[in-house]
Design a protein around this ligand. Structure first.
Ligand code: ZN
Length: 190
């Protein structure tokens, strides 16, 4: 089921996600809905907050872009495409190496693209949809997408990661988006 995507201005985007203690059918269905929602929106990643649930759950899919990614399990490089999409439950970044600037968009900020500095290489520990532990190293777009989504899981947004001058240039656009989101919320609540 394709779910509506929450936009900037909704308070859930600022909530830290609760840890998922048990893999249930409801969590599996939610992950499936998030995958469908991300694919329909042609996104590279989607966090649970973006569909209105403050949970430690995110989905990622870096296929369909020309921006390179690498993935390693231990010292073995994996082909990235067959590993996609990835569902990450209670993910953590256990190590960060280097720094890279790159452009990012966000499904909760339609039309906004920003240059964001992120770690180049990250070591990720999470749980997969089957409940099994998942550990890997990511570079490139995959690394960037995971860092962006993990921020969401902690209530942090990409606009928080840009320089103050850059943020200032966005203020008017952000206020407009926030106003639209709040108006839509009020309408929904009647
Ligand atoms: Zn985002």
């Amino acid at each position: 089921m394709i779910l509506p995507i929450i936009r900037y201005g909704h308070p859930v985007l600022r909530q830290k996600g609760a840890e998922i203690k048990e893999m249930t059918g409801a969590i599996r269905r939610l992950a499936q809905d998030m995958l469908e929602t991300m694919q329909a929106a042609r996104g590279v990643g989607l966090a649970a907050q973006q569909i209105g649930r403050a949970l430690q759950l995110t989905v990622i899919d870096v296929r369909g872009t020309d921006r390179p990614s690498q993935m390693f399990v231990g010292v073995t490089e994996m082909a990235v495409e067959p590993m996609m999409p990835i569902v990450l439950i209670n993910p953590r970044i256990t190590r960060r190496e280097g720094e890279e600037k790159g452009s990012e968009g966000c499904l909760s900020f339609p039309g906004i693209s920003l240059e964001v500095a992120r770690a180049g290489t990250i070591h990720v520990a999470a749980m997969g949809l089957d409940g099994a532990p998942l550990q890997f190293i990511a570079t490139g777009l995959l690394s960037r997408a995971i860092q962006h989504e993990l921020d969401h899981l902690n209530g942090v947004l990409f606009i928080d990661r840009v320089r103050p001058e850059q943020r200032k240039l966005l203020e008017a656009e952000l206020r407009k988006l926030e106003k639209e989101t709040r108006a839509a919320l009020r309408k929904k609540r009647g």
